[in-house]
Design a protein around this ligand. Structure first.
Ligand SMILES: Cc1cc2nc3c(=O)[nH]c(=O)nc-3n(C[C@H](O)[C@H](O)[C@H](O)COP(=O)(O)OP(=O)(O)OC[C@H]3O[C@@H](n4cnc5c(N)ncnc54)[C@H](O)[C@@H]3O)c2cc1C
Ligand code: FES
Ligand code: FES
Length: 483
C-alpha cells in the first residue's frame, strides 16, 4: 500500500497498510482487532448495533465527537481520527463508565446485540452533554432500533448518566494533539487489494484529484456508498474520501440566505436550516437517525439524485441554487435542473457538488414541508411535500410546489403551481391545484406506498398547507409526539 491509514484506536496508534480501502470499520474491528463488542445486526445503517464514536480535533484544542454506524463506514474515514468502541469505556481499574453503571443500576439492557450500540450512543450523548431530558434522549436513541426489552429503563439510565461528571478536558487535549500530528502529514493516498483511496483536505485538492480520476467514487458520509459494498457487493476501484475537506464543511448565513458546503453533515446543517424555517428543523430531526445524520452530508443527499431524498424537494421549493465545480471552473444552476431523470444528474465527469445556496424566506412568503413515512423516526419518505407561496394580501403571486416520492426525480408540480398563481389562496384554487397534481404526477406503487396513497397524500398535504395558512381559527394539523 502506498501510504497508510493512521488513527487512534482508543488511546493506541494504529497504522493500516494492507487492508482494502472498502473494508468496513465493523469488519476491521471484529476480524482484525478481534474487538467483538461492536455487533452486526443489519449491515445497512438501520439498527444501531454497530455504533462507534469517531472523534477529531475541534480546532479549539479539544475534540468533536460523533457516533456513526461502523457497518457502512470504510476504514479510510479513520485517518487522523480517534475510534472509540465499547471496549474502551471501562476504566483501567475495571470500573464501569457512568453510562454503563447507570444502565446496570436501572436494569436498562437490551439483548447482547443491541446493548453495545445503546451504550455507545448514550456515551456520545454524555460526552456532548446533550442527554438533557427524555425527548432529547429519545431523539439520540432513534437510530438504535430495537425496543424489545428495557427501553424505559434505558432512558432513565441516560438521565442518570447525564448527572455524572463530564469528560476530562486535559485528556481530550492530548488526543487532539496526537491527531493533529497525524493530520499534519501529506494528503492520504493508500492503495491495496486493487483499490486506491485519496483523502483531499481542501476543495482545491479534491478538484485536482477528481480531474485526474474522473471515474473515482466520491465518498462523503458513505450512508449510500457503504451499502453499495455491504449489500450490492460492488467492487470499487478508486475512492475519494471527502470527509476531511475542511472548506466544504462550512455554513455561511446572512440576510440573503444560507450557503451550505457539500460536506456539511445533516446534523451540522440542522440548526441553520431550522433558523430558516422550523419545518426544516423538524424535517432534519426525522431524517434517518443521529448516527446517519452525523455522517450523511447535504451534498451527498443532493448528488445521489434519489427520488425519495428529503432535502431536495424542500430546497427546490425554496428556490435553492447549486454550485458545481470541475477543476477551477464553477457553474451555478437552479437545484431543480440538476435532476434530469432517474439516476441521471447534470454533472460532468470530474465535476462535484461544491455548495448549495438557500434563499431566506421573506415576510410575504408562506412555507411548509412535510415528510410522510411509515415510521416517525429513522424512515425513508413515502411522500415528501414542500410548498412556498408568495402572497400579495391573499393573492398568490408566485407558487413553488415540489415533491419527492411522486416521480423518478424530486420534481416541481408545474400544473398545480399554475392553478394557484394569480388566484386567491382559498378552497377553490387549492382544490384546483389538488386536482392538477394528478396531471403533474403518475406515482408508482412500491413497498413504501401505493400509487393511489401517494397521490392522495400529496393532495392532502397541499390542503394541509392551505389550512395552516388560512385566516381565522386553525384546526390541529400536526401530530406531536408524546413524551
Ligand atoms: C439507515 C438509513 C436511513 C436513511 N434515511 C434517510 C432519510 O430519512 N432521508 C433521506 O433523504 N435519506 C436517507 N438516507 C439516505 C442517505 O443517508 C442520504 O441520502 C445521505 O444524505 C447521503 O449522503 P452521504 O454523504 O452519506 O453520501 P455518500 O453515500 O457518501 O454518497 C452518495 C452519492 O453521492 C455522491 N457524492 C457525495 N458527495 C458528493 C459531492 N460533493 N459531489 C459529487 N458527488 C457526491 C457519491 O459519489 C455517491 O454517488 C438513509 C440512509 C440510510 C443508510
Ligand atoms: S449493523 Fe445495523 S446499523 Fe450497523
Ligand atoms: S433484538 Fe436485541 S433487544 Fe431486540
Amino acid at each position: 500500500m502506498a501510504g497508510a491509514i493512521r488513527f487512534l484506536l482508543g488511546q493506541a496508534e494504529r497504522t493500516l497498510t494492507d487492508v482494502p480501502p472498502t473494508l468496513t470499520v465493523l469488519e476491521y474491528l471484529r476480524r482484525h482487532e478481534r474487538r467483538m463488542g461492536t455487533k452486526e445486526g443489519c449491515a445497512e445503517g438501520d439498527c444501531g448495533a454497530c455504533t462507534v464514536v469517531l472523534s477529531e480535533p475541534d480546532g479549539e484544542g479539544g475534540l468533536k465527537h460523533r457516533t456513526v454506524n461502523s457497518c457502512i463506514q470504510f476504514v479510510p474515514v479513520l485517518h487522523g481520527r480517534q475510534l472509540t468502541t465499547v471496549e474502551d469505556l471501562k476504566a483501567p481499574d475495571g470500573a464501569l463508565h457512568p453510562v454503563q453503571q447507570a444502565l446496570v443500576d436501572r436494569h436498562g439492557s437490551q439483548c447482547g446485540f443491541c446493548t453495545p450500540g445503546f451504550v455507545m450512543q448514550l456515551y456520545a450523548g454524555w460526552l456532548e452533554g446533550e442527554l438533557t431530558d427524555r425527548q432529547a434522549i429519545k431523539d439520540w436513541l432513534a437510530g438504535n432500533l430495537c425496543r424489545c426489552t428495557g427501553y424505559g429503563p434505558i432512558i432513565e439510565a441516560g438521565l442518570d448518566a447525564a448527572r455524572a461528571k463530564g469528560p476530562n478536558a486535559a485528556a481530550s487535549a492530548n488526543v487532539a494533539k496526537a491527531l493533529d500530528r497525524i493530520n499534519s502529514g501529506a494528503m492520504l493516498h493508500a492503495e491495496s487489494h486493487g483499490c486506491q483511496v485519496f483523502g483531499p483536505r481542501s476543495a482545491d485538492e479534491l478538484a485536482e484529484v477528481y480531474l485526474q480520476y474522473p471515474d473515482a467514487i466520491i465518498v462523503a458520509g458513505a450512508t449510500d456508498v457503504g451499502l453499495w459494498v455491504t449489500k450490492q457487493h460492488r467492487a470499487l476501484r478508486t475512492l475519494i474520501d471527502i470527509t476531511r475537506v475542511k472548506d466544504l464543511a462550512l455554513i455561511e448565513e446572512d440576510e440573503t440566505g444560507l450557503t451550505i458546503g457539500a460536506t456539511v453533515s445533516h446534523r451540522d446543517a440542522t440548526e441553520a436550516l431550522a433558523r430558516l424555517h422550523p419545518d426544516l428543523g423538524e424535517l432534519m430531526r426525522r431524517f434517518a437517525s443521529f448516527q446517519i445524520r452525523n455522517a450523511g452530508t447535504v451534498g451527498g443527499n443532493i448528488a445521489n439524485g434519489s427520488p425519495i431524498g428529503d432535502l431536495p424537494p424542500a430546497l427546490i421549493a425554496l428556490d435553492a441554487r447549486l454550485t458545481l465545480r470541475r477543476g477551477v471552473e464553477r457553474r451555478e444552476i437552479p437545484l431543480e435542473n440538476f435532476f434530469i431523470a432517474y439516476g441521471k444528474q447534470d454533472r460532468a465527469p470530474g465535476e462535484f457538488v461544491e455548495s448549495v445556496f438557500v434563499p431566506a424566506l421573506r415576510p410575504e412568503h408562506r412555507f411548509a414541508c412535510y415528510k410522510i413515512s411509515k415510521r416517525f423516526d429513522q424512515d425513508i419518505s413515502a411522500v415528501m411535500g414542500a410548498f412556498r407561496v408568495k402572497l400579495d394580501g391573499r393573492k398568490v403571486s408566485e407558487a413553488r410546489v415540489a415533491f419527492g416520492g411522486m416521480a423518478a426525480t424530486p420534481k416541481r408540480a408545474a400544473k398545480a403551481e399554475a392553478a394557484l398563481t394569480n388566484r386567491m389562496l382559498d378552497n377553490t384554487s387549492v382544490e384546483a391545484a389538488a386536482a392538477a397534481l394528478a396531471e403533474d404526477f403518475a406515482p408508482i406503487s412500491d413497498m413504501r406506498a401505493s400509487k393511489d396513497y401517494r397521490l392522495k397524500a400529496a393532495q392532502n398535504l397541499l390542503r394541509r398547507f392551505h389550512l395552516e395558512n388560512s385566516a381565522g381559527e386553525k384546526p390541529e394539523t400536526r401530530v406531536l409526539e408524546l413524551s
